[in-house]
Structures are given as C-alpha cells and as structure tokens.
Ligand binder design. Sequence first.
Ligand SMILES: Nc1ncnc2c1ncn2[C@@H]1O[C@H](COP(=O)(O)OP(=O)(O)OP(=O)(O)O)[C@@H](O)[C@H]1O
Ligand SMILES: O=P(O)(O)OC[C@H]1O[C@H](OP(=O)(O)OP(=O)(O)O)[C@H](O)[C@@H]1O
Length: 209
Amino acid sequence: MKDVLTIAMPKGRIFVEAADMLRKAGYQLPPEFDESRKLILDVPNENIRFILAKPMDVVTYVEHGVADVGIAGKDVMLEEERDVYEVLDLKISECYLAVAGLPNAKITDVAPKIATKYPNVASSYFREQGEQVEIIKLNGSIELAPLIGLAERIVDIVSTGRTLKENGLVELEHICDITSRLIVNPVSYRMKDEPIDELVERLSKVIGG
Ligand SMILES: Nc1ncnc2c1ncn2[C@@H]1O[C@H](COP(=O)(O)OP(=O)(O)OP(=O)(O)O)[C@@H](O)[C@H]1O
Ligand SMILES: O=P(O)(O)OC[C@H]1O[C@H](OP(=O)(O)OP(=O)(O)O)[C@H](O)[C@@H]1O
C-alpha cells in the first residue's frame, strides 16, 4: 500500500479554482467535496487526503509536515519566510498587491500610516522606496481604513478593482503580481517524491493547456 499524499487546500476563493484544476488534471474528486463542511476529506482511490484550511494557514500545515503539499497565494509566501518549497505557479486566483488611497490626499505626516493585512510586504516595500511609514495591521476590510481616518494609505490585494472603486479609492502604486502556488514540505519531497512528481506533472499539463 502506497503512502497517502496529504494536500492542504485553502478554503474560500482559491478552493473552487484549485478543485477545478485538480479535476482537469484527472483526479477523481467526489462531487460532495465542494459543499462539504468536513475539514478532512479522503479520496481513497486516488490515495489522497485533503485537509481544508484558512488560506493564510495552508503554509503552516505544510511547513510542519502534517500536509505534504498545499496551495497558497504568493502574497502569503511573500509575507512570511517559510521552510517550504514553492514548486509550481498554478496561475490561478490572479490578482496583485498595490498601494491605494483617497484621490488627492495630502501627505502631511512624517511617517504616514499604512493599513494592511501584509505588514512585512508593506514594510519592505516602503523601505525600498526610502519612505518612512507606520504600519497598521488589519485582518480584512482594509479599504475601510483610509475612509475612516485610521490610515492615509493601504497595501492590499486588487483583482477587478471593484472594492477600490466602490469605496472611492484609487490605486497609487503597483507592488507585484500574485497567483497561487503549489508548495511542498521539504521532507515529503524526498519521502513521497513519486506521488508529488506525478501531481506536479499532471498539474503542469493543465497549466500548459
Ligand atoms: N479579490 C481577489 N481576487 C483574486 N484572488 C484573491 C483576491 N483576494 C485574495 N486573493 C488570493 O486568494 C487568497 C485567499 O484569499 P481569500 O480572500 O479566500 O482568503 P483570506 O482573505 O485570507 O481569508 P478570509 O477572507 O477567509 O479571512 C489570497 O491569499 C490571494 O492570493
Ligand atoms: O479588486 P477586487 O476584485 O474588488 O478584490 C479586492 C478585494 O478582495 C480582497 O478582499 P476579500 O474579499 O478577501 O475581503 P477581506 O480582505 O475584507 O476579507 C482584497 O483584500 C480586496 O479587498
């Protein structure tokens, strides 16, 4: 009996695209997979176990080796340096990180406040720009911060631009493009090289069209 491969899947918006991609790669995922509230789902005929985690936590499960592989946004990978291998750009959940704020806002502070879910990315970005800022960490609804005076600017994900637009904010600087990545635990990469190589190969074919 071969070792089971544990895959950490992010709940939320990446899940749908990732599940679709796995199906296109020929993995037989049961239909109830998409609606279930279960956090561990076994697919015995594929020798795969899926665990469902918050997108920001996927990398933690993989780093600790309780999941062999996982799917995580590049934003999460950039925010914290982790001991995992990033083996494939899945080219799904495309978006980008940007600086945004109210139009024509005057910068009066010596160190303007920047609200973000990504304090490390934001700090490095402004350090590279040679700009002194004060970072305020938030967990969501980042666009609210400049509207209510918590921060002058934000660093956040932009996809369609709808959230910025509907809140009267404008994009000021493009930081970097983001897509989801396949990440692998370094020990699993050695111990379970066969199923991992197969997964990478099958997913690569889907990406390549
Ligand atoms: N608007 C978006 N469009 C496309 N991809 C996005 C968007 N927002 C975030 N992403 C990508 O999807 C990943 C997961 O985002 P999602 O919003 O599902 O989770 P989260 O915000 O971390 O968690 P939650 O909203 O459940 O607290 C992000 O890490 C990023 O890579
Ligand atoms: O450009 P858009 O297509 O409008 O997408 C961008 C929005 O999507 C994400 O928020 P999310 O929906 O994850 O909400 P939250 O960060 O407030 O939890 C991101 O933080 C932006 O707010």
